[in-house]
Design a protein around this ligand. Structure first.
Ligand code: PGA
Length: 254
């Protein structure tokens, strides 16, 4: 069955040394404490990736990911980082389509479809983010928005390629706001996403897809969210910057 994953998204936080010490604490805590979480992914800024991969050696459960990758294989794109470069330091995941990338860097579903192709071609596993704004939810458009993000962003993949994705539902109104989606609201969307996958591919693909919840997930609400039938873990922003909080979320699966 599908994997239970807790992923941390450090965003543009922590200098090099701060990142290394936080990560060392997380690795030690995760090693010592029992949890049903099957994989812990830390998505750091590019500058940390290589060192985190080295520090994670020997902890089978911990993987490393980037937070973005360019859609081109290589070339004259000053300041960008390619999927191949990320893969070459030993990272295995990449977050694509985070709402902050969509909002501040104008990333469209069409661009994200290309980024997904390039990431997969370079053997990275995308954590593909989707989610609606508060306005869209209040206008009752959230199902349509989610559906078009899936259709335009990832449903061009064949079933074998699609099976390599992790999806993350992150309602934008819940990100960094302290307002979490209720477990009923999150479960409703996760079930909808799974139904859309079943319609596009088939039920076995849908049942095997890990769908994470993200948006103000903290130790206090993680167990209730993770207990929902279609929620397979979390994508954690703010709380991933504190080793104790992040590990407590990792432990929320029992
Ligand atoms: P948050 O961020 O946990 O700080 O709300 C989640 C995310 O942006 O992935």
């Amino acid at each position: 069955m599908r994997k239970k994953i807790v992923a941390g998204n450090w965003k543009m936080n922590l200098d090099y040394n701060e990142g290394l010490s936080l990560f060392s604490e997380v690795v030690n805590m995760v090693k010592d404490e029992a949890t049903g979480t099957q994989e812990v992914v830390v998505c750091s800024p590019f500058i940390h990736l290589h060192s985190l991969v080295q520090l994670a050696k020997g902890s089978a459960k911990v993987s490393i990911g980037a937070q973005n990758a360019h859609q081109a294989e290589s070339g004259a794109y000053t300041g960008e980082v390619s999927a191949r470069q990320i893969k070459s330091v030993g990272a295995t995941y990449v977050i694509l389509g985070h709402s902050e990338r969509r909002q501040y860097f104008g990333e469209s579903n069409e661009l994200l479809a290309k980024k997904t192709d390039t990431a997969l071609a370079n053997d990275l596993k995308p954590i593909f983010c989707i989610g609606e704004t508060l306005q869209e939810r209040e206008a009752n458009q959230h199902f349509d928005i989610i559906k078009s993000q899936l259709t335009e962003g990832v449903f061009h993949l064949d079933a074998t390629q699609f099976a390599r994705l992790v999806l993350a539902y992150e309602p934008i109104w819940a990100i960094g706001t302290g307002v979490t989606a209720s477990s009923d609201q999150a479960q409703e969307i996760h079930a909808f996403i799974r139904k859309e996958i079943a319609t596009k591919y088939d039920q076995s693909v849908a049942d095997a897809t890990t769908i994470l919840y993200g948006g103000s997930c903290i130790p206090k609400n993680a167990s209730e969210l993770f207990a929902c039938a279609d929620i397979d873990g979390g994508l954690i922003g703010g709380a991933s910057l504190k080793s104790r909080d992040f590990t407590d979320i990792v432990k929320a699966f029992n």
